[in-house]
Design a protein around this ligand. Structure first.
Ligand code: SF4
Length: 496
């Protein structure tokens, strides 16, 4: 068995995953990917998944050993943010051509590319990604990386996750394996302390981890490494000296968390920073784990004080939105953000959940949603676009929260929509993030455009309206007539 096959089998056998444990040995070997429907979008290959996990390490050069299209497919397709370096967003590829393949020039071209990046940018590390073409022609990326690392004196990390081996989710896990094999534990920090933690599976989308980090700073807790959001190579290399870890997105990096616990005795828990209660609970559990690992127990009291202060401020800000949003109905159609924590967060301010997708939720997540919603009638695995449209156009929801792919269904049904997936523009984590989420929902629902687009078109209006509109002489009179019948309040027709 090749080392990649062995690695994949290892990843498919995940003791920390409930769904995985629920399968028999044969089903486990097949992984979690469902067969693709012909004509449907696959939702990302394994290479794509590996790149998603590793690219937010911001001072690293990410070099794709492939024909040009693979990098075009995966480059910067998430809204992760960096507080400093910009190298991670520079696109590097060996741009392999047919001639390179036929002439067997791939490895030579890769070595040359590594040298060029080293000379032009001097990064602390270069991550080299294999892809379908380079894996199929048998490029020995690992050997090239090893040789380049010796020759150029920098870390050159092979990421062996060619697209054809499986889904995006498998690629996420193979990226975690690459970090375990080649990065984490390779540097010894000289400042390890009893309050060091790792945050795993946090991507710092729209910079939202920056809303959480100040809370940890106030407690004197240092984030040794946030993997991968806004991470630096050296921090990741030193991550094995953290005392505790929090897993933010379990399906992506559960193997990393479990293996770090086994190798370096870093206990972890799974939590979320979405919603006020969940944020408080996450802070409590971080402090409790640190105390278990030898930190001063006084941190528990300080954590409670901080939680009381921050919750008070957040609830005060949210009080202004409660009368405007009480009883509003939300349809959640997402796989990216943890549905259960979002469901909980929205219900905290009186919003009603009319449906939530659980397609990418684990069994534990589904159980949590069931407990929060009190029944499972509102949970759906997947809703076809037609059903989604029918639900929205019959006004069974006041707003849909989803990713960009389904936004046009909502817009066609003349229903407010808010992006909560990886491309979103607004940060929703922590106490301030929750206030921002509610603010955005309020803005979307109460945007005057919805009233206007739901008005019948002029040619569909009753004859009396049409007559009055057509009999008016001046532009001002037309505007006044239109206002009268449209009941327009928000648009300044006079300025047209
Ligand atoms: S790795 Fe393979 S599946 Fe993924 S983008 Fe490249 S060619 Fe396509």
């Amino acid at each position: 068995m090749s080392s990649l096959s062995a690695k994949i089998q290892d990843v498919f056998n995940e003791p920390a995953c409930d769904r995985n444990r629920g399968k028999d040995a044969k089903a486990r070997k097949e992984g979690c990917s469902k067969p693709l429907t012909p004509g449907a979008a696959a939702g990302g290959c394994a290479f794509d998944g590996a790149k998603i996990v590793l690219q937010p390490i911001t001072d690293v050069a990410h070099l794709i050993h492939a024909p040009l299209a693979c990098e075009g497919n995966s480059w910067d397709n998430r809204g992760a943010a960096s507080s400093g370096p910009t190298l991670w967003r520079t696109s590097f590829t060996t741009d392999l051509t047919e001639l390179d393949v036929v002439m067997g020039q791939g490895e030579r071209k890769l070595f040359k590319a590594i040298r060029e990046i080293k000379e032009a940018y001097g990064p602390p590390a270069i991550f080299v990604y294999s892809t379908c073409v380079t894996a199929l022609i048998g490029e020995d990326i690992e050997a090239v990386c090893k040789r380049a690392a010796e020759k150029f004196g920098l870390a050159v990390v092979p990421v062996d996750a060619p697209g054809f081996v499986g889904s995006k989710n498998l690629g996420n896990k193979l990226a975690g394996e690459a970090l375990l094999d080649h990065v984490i534990g390779t540097v010894e920090p000289d400042d390890a302390g009893p309050y060091d933690i790792n945050i795993l599976g946090e991507f710092n989308l729209a910079g939202e981890f920056w809303l959480v980090k100040p809370l940890l700073d106030r407690l004197g807790i240092r984030v040794r490494a946030c993997i991968p959001g806004d991470a630096r190579y050296l921090d990741v290399a030193c991550a094995h000296r953290a005392r505790a870890a929090m897993m933010v997105c379990s399906s992506a990096l559960i193997n990393l968390a479990r293996k770090m616990e086994e190798r370096w005795e870093i206990p972890f828990f799974e939590g979320s920073f979405y919603g006020i209660t969940e944020t408080s609970e996450a802070l409590r559990r971080i402090s409790a784990l640190l105390v278990k690992k030898g930190a001063d127990p006084e941190i528990l009291d300080r954590t409670e004080t901080l939680i009381a202060q921050e919750e008070g401020i957040a609830w005060k800000k949210l009080a202004a939105y409660r009368p405007r949003l009480q009883g509003k109905r939300v349809l959640l159609n997402t796989g990216g953000v943890k549905s259960w924590s979002l469901v909980h967060a929205l219900m905290e301010i009186g919003i009603e959940i009319v449906g939530t997708s659980v397609k990418k939720s684990t069994a534990k997540d589904k159980e949590r949603i069931k407990q929060i919603l009190k029944d499972d009638n509102h949970m759906f695995e997947q809703m076809a676009a037609r059903e989604l449209y029918a639900m929205l156009s019959e006004h069974k929801a006041d707003i849909m929260l989803s990713g960009g792919r389904t936004q046009f269904i909502a817009l066609k049904a003349k229903t407010p929509w808010l992006d909560i997936n990886q491309e979103r523009q607004h940060p929703y984590a922590g106490y301030d993030g929750m206030v921002e989420l509610v603010r955005q929902i309020d803005l979307a629902i109460h945007n005057p455009i919805w009233r206007q687009v739901r008005e019948p078109a002029p040619w569909d209006r009753p004859p009396a309206v049409k007559d009055e509109l057509s009999s008016t002489k001046s532009a001002t009179a037309t505007v006044q007539a239109f206002k009268k019948f449209a009941g327009a309040t928000a648009v300044d027709f006079g300025a047209c």
